[in-house]
Design a protein around this ligand. Sequence first.
Ligand code: NDP
Length: 498
Amino acid sequence: MATQAEEFGLYIGGKWVVPTGAKRFETTNPANGETVGSFVSGTAKDATDAIAAAHVAFRPWKETPAPKRGEILLEVAHRMRHAKSALGRIVTREMGKVIGEGLGDVQESIDFVEYMAGEGRRLFGETVPSELRSKFCLTVRQPKGVVACITPWNFPTAIPNWKIAAALITGNTVVFKPASGTARCAAEVVKVYEEAGLPDGVLNLVTGPGGVVGNALIDDPRVRSVSFTGGVSTGREVYVRGAQGLKMVHLELGGKNPVILMEDADLPLALDGVLFGAFGTSGQRCTATSRLIIHERVYDEFLALLTDRLDRFPVGDPLDPKTAMGPVASLDQEKKILDYIEVGQKEATLRYGGHKLTGGAYDRGHFLEPTIFETTHGTRISKEEIFGPVLSVLRVASYEEAVRVANDVDYGLSSAIYTRDVNRAFRAIEDLEAGITYVNAPTIGAEVQLPFGGIKSTGNGGREAGSVAVDEFTEIKTVFVDFSSKLQKAQIDSETVE
Ligand code: NDP
């Protein structure tokens, strides 16, 4: 379904610009092939221009009182709320998640921008006693400078806002390089910031290939910090590249998130959770439930319940509110997931689905069946991130075995346990190697006022969201004020306490 594509430029220094001789690329609706927008394929020079604009804008923005910066963010949130329904539809059209989730993506953006607006009146430092008399010690937060935000396609408004709002409230200026597949969502987000009155150059958008635009951003000495969410191999490249310039590189990467289902679990509750966790967003969440570890005593019963529900799990038009699962996000995604399904067919037992959906409207999009494999621990499908609607189910004989299996992967983002035993639930909170643990809820469901991030190959130790979101974007300055009017020497001057 080819339509005239709406054209977007780059947003640099407060203007939408189309560089001379610019090449273009288009994004398409994964449900039906419709063109969603046409974008500039930015170059290294475009990235450099955007950095220059952000660099010029930095000082006045840094000097703007943080509560005033917060007022602009509140206006962003207000405008986004007003535009929520339109933005949610664009998310669904460009990325393919069902409309409830498209709207949820935008709601998460609104929530976070509002939360960060409030941070403008906090940005706490510490006051700490001095070991000397007449001396006052404190810390203040200062912005880093120009920061690069590089984002994936699966939360095409929420993840950019998580980074942009936290970077802006702390006084940084931003060059934003979104996933190419969801450039329209990115442009719409930037338009809201523009309309809310953000000063020129404070936020800049450069669309284009990651390897070109991303590298130019990471290499430029004026960019002091890189905030990246994406796949592990790209993240590793970004980290190594950033290390050359001794930059802060914040990485949020993949996951292979387990739900442990114990023999005493509330099975109907777990059933809803597993369906949503595994097949929501067609399994394309970094926190998606991709492993279901079931105690042998309820294994057969739960799998029967699960497959029965999948028989009544509508896959189709993501704009139809009755649809439970839309397409996967792109042809590349479709191919990658089907490759994994082929791997699974060789090393495990296919229990449900396993095919591309065809016929009628399915032929225009990238629709896959929700898929379940019964497998043993150690297979590729049980350990590698598939990032699609493919659930690996594993049978275990005890809690100890469940935890061993859950932890024995490279990733450590989200995890969950269903049990009615409160002691075991708290034991799991201690035992599970992950940045996030849910009890009696699926592996998905982040809330913006809580930290988000993972351990092991999921990242490099940072957290987004929550009150700690500002850590990534601030330098701590330690201040000593000596009002003794004499030279005092820490560690050297001593006093006897009488
Ligand atoms: P990619 O790693 O392919 O891309 C992420 C971003 O990096 C895109 O903007 C991409 O641009 C850009 N990029 C690509 N190559 C480079 C490069 N060499 N240098 C700098 N930037 C580059 O990930 P996906 O977009 O495919 O997203 C899926 C992945 O993201 C999954 O593995 C998922 O687990 C992870 N993810 C993690 C989350 C978390 O918080 N832990 C949340 C959401 C997703 P372009 O699109 O132009 O290639």
